[in-house]
Design a protein around this ligand. Structure first.
Ligand SMILES: [Zn+2]
Ligand SMILES: [Zn+2]
Length: 147
């Protein structure tokens, strides 16, 4: 397992300890699968991966783990793909923007305070109360533009 994945799993464990949240084997396994997976992954694909080591895994097993990981801000939902990606820093709740490659499905997470600020400002100007926001940008990544 690459060192960075191990380090992130350890960080997740520490954060769960601090928050008195139970980082069960299944939750850890689901996060590990997502960290190994470069692109967004659906709940059903996760279930298939999980079944390779745990035959008794069922859809609710995966959905409960995903809910937990979302709550802890370890993963993000990719709305346009009905899928999920592992977060790249695990800091507390943060707003993000996603660049999604249409060819290889790679998803890059970026954090632009300027975009965030503009959205807040526009909401204020339109007297709109923001509940959730999704910024997903589709296109082609560096690798997929080379030929
Ligand atoms: Zn994130
Ligand atoms: Zn690509």
């Amino acid at each position: 397992m690459p060192a960075t994945i191990n380090a992130l799993l350890d960080k997740a464990q520490d954060l769960c300890d601090e928050r008195n949240a139970r980082f069960t084997q299944t939750r850890r396994k689901v996060l590990e699968l997502m960290l190994r997976h470069a692109s967004a992954i659906s709940a059903y694909d996760l279930l298939d991966c999980l079944k390779e080591t745990d035959n008794s895994a069922k859809p609710p097993t995966v959905y409960r783990a995903l809910d937990f990981l979302l709550e802890q801000h370890f993963i993000h939902r990719v709305e346009s793909q009905n899928a999920f990606i592992a977060c790249n820093d695990f800091s507390d709740s943060h707003q993000l923007q996603l660049f999604i490659c249409e060819k290889c499905n790679d998803v890059q997470e970026v954090h632009s305070p300027q975009i965030q600020q503009s959205l807040i400002e526009q909401a204020r100007l339109n007297d709109f109360q923001v509940k959730t926001q999704t910024v997903e940008v589709r296109g082609f990544c560096h690798h997929c533009r080379e030929d």
